[in-house]
Design a protein around this ligand. Structure first.
Ligand code: ADP
Ligand code: ADP
Ligand code: ZN
Length: 237
């Protein structure tokens, strides 16, 4: 059992295990493998996947007012302002499909967002079960992000070396075309990794103190990372 999960949390989690749903935060640096693991977790536990990055990219593609605001930050590799991001998540978590469990992928990313999420959970009567921290050393992330290819239709992540699609340039899941994200260039990635270190990484302590953090070695084969997550969740349920 991870030492970061407290007995009190285990008792309160197991008390409502008969409802067999889970609310998870997927945490980690850009390129750690959050999106990749989310796809498998969704399949395994039938959870609703909420990726703030994906929601912003959809808003940009649809040229909404929020998309226009978000675009100016995302292309530079900066975080979208908290009030925009928190508003988006607030609306999303209140929707019906979140009632049977969800995965938050890429949120929260600042201490302020984490505190807002706590408040939101109280309002909506939601309990956060686990924060899964996928740990990958900084020096491996640049290669992951520069080789990342993403499905234009469903958002699934591939890699030109580490996770190739069955057919080149085509998504295994939905056959959509793969593309390179505009913010996966050297300059934006450098800003994003820096932002992660300064603003997002401190949340590890925040969730460790709450007793709900599971630490996962993200530098293993994709399937092994997944098995590790499943095992740790299983032990801690
Ligand atoms: P990555 O896969 O590299 O971690 P995401 O797809 O999660 O990236 O996010 C892409 C971009 O969207 C981020 O660099 C940031 O500009 C914006 N974004 C996503 N989530 C948040 C958030 N919680 N707070 C602020 N900005 C966010
Ligand atoms: P995040 O959502 O955390 O930004 P992704 O899931 O998009 O990260 O993964 C980033 C890149 O690294 C993608 O190209 C993905 O195929 C690749 N990747 C994910 N997990 C692994 C892994 N365990 N080993 C090697 N490459 C990986
Ligand atoms: Zn797809």
């Amino acid at each position: 059992m991870s030492q970061s999960v407290t007995i009190e949390h285990l008792i309160s989690t197991s008390k409502r295990r008969d409802t067999s749903y889970m609310n998870i935060i997927l945490f980690g640096a850009p390129g750690a493998g959050k999106g990749t693991q989310a796809v498998e977790l969704v399949k395994n536990y039938h959870l609703t996947h909420i990726s703030t990055g994906e929601m912003f990219r959809n808003a940009i593609a649809n040229q909404t007012a929020m998309g226009k605001v978000a675009n100016s930050y995302i292309t530079k590799g900066e975080l979208v302002p908290d009030e925009v991001t928190v508003g988006l998540v607030k609306e999303r978590l209140a929707q019906e499909d979140c009632k049977n469990g969800f995965i938050l992928d890429g949120f929260p990313r600042t201490l302020h967002q984490a505190r807002c999420l706590d408040k939101l959970c109280l309002e909506l009567n939601i309990q956060l079960d686990f924060v899964i921290d996928i740990e990958v050393p900084m020096n491996a992330l640049m290669e992951r992000l520069s080789g990342r290819r993403v499905c234009k239709v469903c958002g699934a992540s591939y890699h030109i070396l580490f996770n190739q699609p069955k057919v080149a340039g085509e998504c295994d899941i939905c056959h959509g075309p793969l593309y390179t994200r505009k913010d996966d260039n050297k300059e934006s990635v450098a800003v994003r990794l820096n932002t992660y270190q300064e603003q997002t990484k401190p949340l590890i302590e925040y969730y460790k103190n709450k007793g709900i953090l599971l630490e996962i070695n993200g530098q293993q084969e994709i399937n092994d990372v997944f098995q590790d997550i499943v095992n740790k969740i299983g032990v801690n349920l």
